[in-house]
Design a protein. Structure first.
Length: 269
């Protein structure tokens, strides 16, 4: 009897084996992995060229990561900060998700903004439907579910509309959507430094405008966040533009939730 049960189980498992080959899709950075995987479902294999902890502005791909790109049917990238991905996957058609959004806006970090996410979801959905037409209904349904999920995450929090100083420009779209004004940015471009004169003007602005929050990220900052906090008494709120850099930020969705929670707490006083 035992042997017969095992045979039945093995036959059942064999029947559950996928009868399709996953379509390999490449993404430049990890936030896009979350979106494409959720929208694409089980028929899509998603490979992120940036594995998580690298800086997308300065990333240089290794030979092993370049081999990972082989066989991709399409590459999704943001555009602007991750142009290296096109060279890395030189034989793969690509889609720049940021193109056209928003008009005249150069800041590329649109995956932190629900409107930007919705824009990208529509582009991802359109391309995946071309690649896997037999699952187009499912892809479209999951795309709408992703938009709804993001709206619900943002809807959980009540963010006070205050002025803040930011260390890096990564949260521009995120803060603008929430009605939080960036009074100044300490390091306005990747790899930039700050002069003593500019630092003095930022300290003066913080005191004059009675700004009490400094938004930063887990990136090297020359000790500026601590210095500004000591000099002015601002509260330092650390957010992340990439999953995995802070606790409870394993994917795009948990990262958005954690960023919102931290910002709500930081602006709550």
């Amino acid at each position: 009897m035992g042997k017969r049960v095992w045979i039945i189980l093995l036959l059942a498992l064999a029947g559950c084996k996928r009868d399709f080959k996953e379509t390999k899709v490449l993404v430049s950075i990890t936030p896009l992995h979350s979106l494409v995987k959720e929208i694409g479902g089980e028929k899509i294999e998603v490979v992120s060229l940036l594995t998580g902890l690298e800086n997308p502005h300065t990333y240089s791909p290794t030979p092993s990561r370049m081999r990972e790109a082989a066989g991709g049917k399409v590459l999704f990238l943001i555009g602007g900060l991750d142009e290296w991905a096109i060279k890395m996957a030189s034989d793969v058609p690509y889609v720049r998700l940021r193109e056209g959004y928003p008009p005249g806006e150069e800041n590329p970090h649109i995956w932190l903004d629900p409107d930007g996410i919705s824009w990208m979801v529509d582009k991802i959905c359109e391309k995946l439907c071309e690649l896997v037409p037999e699952d187009s209904a499912g892809i479209k349904k999951r795309a709408e579910q992703v938009k709804k999920r993001v709206r619900e995450i943002f809807g959980k929090y009540r963010i006070k509309k205050k002025k803040v100083v930011v260390m890096f420009p990564a949260f521009h779209h995120f803060l603008r959507h929430l009605g939080v004004e960036e009074a100044a940015c300490v390091f306005p471009s990747p790899g930039s430094s700050i002069s003593a004169k500019r630092l003095a003007s930022i300290l003066e602005l913080i005191r004059k405008e009675k700004i009490n929050v400094l938004v930063t990220a887990p990136f090297p900052d020359e000790g500026m966040a601590d210095l500004i906090a000591r000099e002015t008494g601002v509260k330092v709120v650390t957010l992340t533009p990439l999953p995995g850099l802070l606790p409870n930020t394993d994917d795009l969705f948990s990262m958005l939730d954690e960023n919102l929670r931290r910002l709500e707490d930081g602006l709550g006083d």
